[in-house]
Design a protein around this ligand. Sequence first.
Ligand code: ACO
Length: 431
Amino acid sequence: MNQQTVTITDNRTGKTMNCPIKTGTEGASVIDGQALYKELGLFTLDPAFLTTASCESKITFIDGEKGILLYRGYPIEQLAEHSSYPEVCYLLLYGELPTSDQMEDFKHTVCQHTLLHEGLVNFYKGFRHDAHPMAMLVGVVGALSGYYPDAMDISNPEHCNKSAIRLIAKMPTIAANIHKYLIGQAYVYPRNDISYVSNFMQMMFAVPSETYQFNEIANRALEVMLILHADHEQNASTSTVRLAGSSQAHPFSCVAGGIATLWGPAHGGANEAVIRLLQEIKTPKNIPEYIRRFKDKNDPMKLMGFGHRVYKNYDPRAKIIRKICHNLLQELGTQDQPLFEVALELEKIALSDDYFIERKLYPNVDFYSGLILKALGIPLNMFTVIFAVARSVGWIAQWMEMTEDANLKIGRPRQLYIGNKRRDYVPVAKR
Ligand code: ACO
């Protein structure tokens, strides 16, 4: 069969070239424009990568129009219902669901890496008592690079795999230590005899003077949260990790870059912003006034937790999380129920408003995730840290996939220069 192509003609010169069309297993095909500059002397301009595929990947697929999310081909709904976070980690890293022996091995290996070097634990003391947890996370994960110099050799698959295991194993310990440091409590060391999620919960909430009481419903809610946030193809933070990794930098430094990107309110910081917004709205009767503000171009306020660069439909993760949120709040009987009522009403009103309908703005995963984290007792400023714990597997799986590419090249976007033309230096006395 003939290669399908798109013909591009430069009307200035009449020169023509055929760009191959590449088709993947799912989703939109792409124009392979790699020869464009060589043939026509042209770059493409695509600020914010609205229509640019930056790589080929086998890990995660999103159909934003239909609201579909697949990890290695498996629908997120099925994984959220039947799987565990460590199993999803295995799937994302190695491409297949594990057998029970493979799963046991994987869990055992992860358990062997949950502790932090005591030197790294000392690092925490350098932070101000009121540092933002994400600032601490960027710093501590970046500092991990100094403890594992062997991970620098990205041509060695064993080293790469070890970095992935270390990251997945240590992220809950790093995150829980941040929480404990900021509230002035003793660090709780990891336990290797319980599940990944139970261990994370006890490191966050146990105190040395009492026996920690596990709550299965709370544990499952956190497990599903971690599964839903585990990967999301080439989003801003993942693209940061890939771009940094393309220079063959240390994997933990690359992940620190991803964490910095996740911090912003347009990305992972949105769940914190949703809670602040719901608290500000306070009661359903104030919603119409806020809806007016969200639509006002002169008002910077946005309906946080709504809208997504890729989903132009209900985010499939938001549907799952909405149900979990409902069950968890009922089960725990927390004082967060009124906030949930405001969220439900806000969603209902927004989804029937022309402004949101025309722009295809639907709830994203962050609309309800903050309510779950709050009900679990996690402080607002720790929300994005929990997101980062979950996403660490996605970042490192994407990084591993990139390092396995025999044709790996350093990422180097180009630009359309709109500054001054060449001009001569003017001595200061003559300016
Ligand atoms: N509230 C009000 N208006 C909105 C919202 C919102 N949440 N989101 C988008 N719009 C409007 C824009 O003002 C724009 O209107 P216009 O066409 O009249 O100018 C239109 O919808 C398109 O929006 P863009 O900003 O171009 O969409 P983009 O894809 O660039 O942005 C983003 C997506 C950043 C997520 C945006 O929807 C947003 O800021 N949402 C709130 C923050 C949020 O929830 N972020 C979490 C994202 S999910 C994640 O990271 C896990």
